[in-house]
Ligand binder design. Structure first.
Ligand SMILES: *Cc1c(COP(=O)(O)O)cnc(C)c1O
Length: 410
C-alpha cells in the first residue's frame, strides 16, 4: 500500500473534554468553598502545559464555567513563563533560593510582572525576593511551603515564625498561602499522614484566624478522594486531572477519564519468513511467516526499551505485540494476527481506555514505575495536539488524518 504520504506523524492527543470531566469529578468530592489549584508542573505531566492551562482557564463545558480551576501551579519560574499570564494565579512551588536569584533575575522579573505567586522557605529568601520586588516596583504574592515530614523543600515548623515575621516586615511581599505536602496521602490512616495534618493545622491555626485571606492547602489527588479533612481552603490535584487514579490502578468507582491518547502511524510493513529475527541483538525470532510493522516511536520518545518483546500496541482495535528491541527511534510490532493492518494505519501506542493492554497503567507496570513517570518521559519530539471539547465526535478526531488508508479504516 503506497498511501503513506510522509506527513503523518506520531502525535499525543490531549482531550480537553476528558480534562474538564475530571475537574467536574474532583469538584464533586469537595465542599463548595474549596478552591482547586491544578498541578501543571513538568509540562503538565507531559500533557503540554500550554494546552492544559488554556483548557483549564478558557474552556467551559456542561456545569464547568471558565476558568474551571482557581489557580495553576508549576515548580520552576521557567515553567511559569511558558504558561504566561492567565485569568487565575500561577504559583511557583520551588522555594526561591538566594543562590539562584542572581542567575534567574530576568526570568524572575518577568514572573513578577506576570503576577506569579512565589514560594519562600527561609527568611533570607524572603528578604532577597523583597529586594527584587522593590527593584521591579511590584508587590509580589508569596506563599510558604512548610515541611511536616517530607524532608524536602519546605520550612521546618520551628523556623516558621521567623519566616512569617520576615515576610510581614517587607511591604513588597504579600502572604497569600501556607501549604504542606503529604508523604503517603494514599494511606490516610497512616500515623505519619495523621501527624503531618496535625502539625500543619496547629502551626498555622492562629495565623489563619487572623488572616482569613491566606489560603491553606495540602491535599494532592489521593488526599482529595480519600481524606476530606485535608481539603482546607484549596486542594492541589495533579495526576487525577489527567484521568489517572491516584492508586495507580484503574478504578471503576471513580470514573476518571484518561486525557492522553498517543498514536503513531504504521510507516512500513515488511514480510518476513519463519526463523528470521527482528531488531538489535536478535531478541525475537519469527515462529511463523509473518508481517512486521514499523512504528516511528522509540525510547527517545518515551517508549521504554524495557517494553521490548513485552508491550502491546493497538491496531484496528486489536492488541499487537511489540517484538524485537525498542530502539531510540523505532518500535516493531508483529502483525501476524492483524492481516488487515496496512501502512498509514494509526497504531495506539498509549491508550486512553484504562482497561486497554496499552493503557498507561499497563505500560507503567511493564516499566516498573508509576504512570506519573511514564507521562513525564514522553519526549519533546512527540507533538501534542488538543482535541476540542465542543467536538461531539471526539472519537472521530482521535486519528492521524493524512493517509487514505486511515480514512478507509474509519
Ligand atoms: C506534584 C504535586 C502535587 C500533585 O500530586 P498528585 O499526586 O499528582 O495529585 C501536589 N502538591 C505538590 C507540592 C506536588 O509537588
Amino acid at each position: 500500500m503506497d498511501a503513506f504520504h510522509g506527513t503523518a506523524q506520531p502525535q499525543v492527543f490531549i482531550s480537553r473534554t476528558a480534562l474538564l470531566h475530571n475537574v467536574r469529578l474532583l469538584r464533586q468530592s469537595l465542599a463548595a468553598n474549596v478552591k482547586i489549584c491544578a498541578m501543571i508542573k513538568a509540562d503538565a505531566y507531559g500533557h503540554a502545559s500550554s494546552i492544559i492551562a488554556d483548557a483549564l482557564t478558557n474552556w467551559s463545558m456542561d456545569q464547568i464555567e471558565a476558568p474551571a480551576v482557581d489557580a495553576l501551579a508549576v515548580v520552576t519560574i521557567d515553567e511559569a513563563l511558558v504558561v504566561g499570564r492567565t485569568s487565575v494565579p500561577v504559583i511557583v512551588l520551588r522555594p526561591l533560593e538566594s543562590a539562584s536569584i542572581a542567575h534567574q533575575r530576568d526570568a524572575l522579573g518577568s514572573a513578577l510582572h506576570n503576577g506569579c505567586t512565589l514560594t519562600v522557605a527561609t527568611a533570607q529568601g524572603a528578604q532577597d525576593l523583597a529586594r527584587v520586588a522593590i527593584a521591579a516596583a511590584v508587590r509580589v504574592n508569596v506563599q510558604v511551603m512548610i515541611d511536616t515530614g517530607c524532608a524536602r523543600e519546605g520550612t521546618p515548623i520551628d523556623s516558621l515564625p521567623r519566616v512569617l515575621a520576615a515576610i510581614e516586615s517587607y511591604p513588597s511581599l504579600k502572604l497569600t498561602g501556607l501549604c504542606t505536602h503529604f508523604v503517603s496521602s494514599e494511606e490516610p490512616g497512616n500515623p505519619l499522614s495523621v501527624e503531618q495534618l496535625r502539625q500543619f493545622t496547629s502551626a498555622t491555626a492562629s495565623y489563619a484566624v487572623h488572616n482569613p485571606e491566606v489560603l491553606r492547602h495540602a491535599a494532592n489527588s489521593a488526599a482529595v478522594f480519600f481524606w476530606p479533612s485535608t481539603h482546607l481552603d484549596m486542594v492541589r490535584p495533579g495526576i487525577s486531572l489527567y484521568g489517572i487514579d491516584p492508586t495507580c490502578r484503574p478504578n471503576c468507582q471513580r470514573p476518571l477519564r484518561p486525557v492522553m491518547k498517543w498514536l503513531a502511524p504504521l510507516v512500513m510493513i515488511r514480510q518476513i519468513k519463519k526463523g528470521a529475527t527482528v531488531g538489535y541483538n536478535q531478541t525475537w525470532t519469527a515462529a511463523r511467516d509473518t508481517r512486521i510493522g514499523l512504528v516511528p516511536v522509540g525510547y527517545a520518545d518515551g517508549y521504554w526499551r524495557s517494553f521490548s518483546n513485552r508491550a502491546k500496541m493497538i491496531l484496528r482495535g486489536k492488541p499487537v505485540p511489540v517484538v524485537g528491541r525498542v530502539s531510540m527511534d523505532y518500535a516493531t510490532v508483529d502483525l501476524g494476527d492483524a492481516p488487515e493492518a496496512c501502512v498509514g494505519d494509526a497504531a495506539t501506542v498509549l491508550d486512553n481506555d484504562p482497561l486497554s493492554p496499552a493503557s498507561v497503567y499497563a505500560l507503567a507496570e511493564l516499566a516498573g514505575t508509576i504512570p506519573y513517570e511514564l507521562f513525564c518521559r514522553i519526549g519533546a519530539r512527540m507533538r501534542r495536539a488538543a482535541v476540542d471539547p465542543a467536538d461531539s465526535q471526539e472519537n472521530a478526531s482521535w486519528s492521524i488524518q493524512t493517509s487514505t488508508s486511515a480514512a478507509k479504516s474509519a
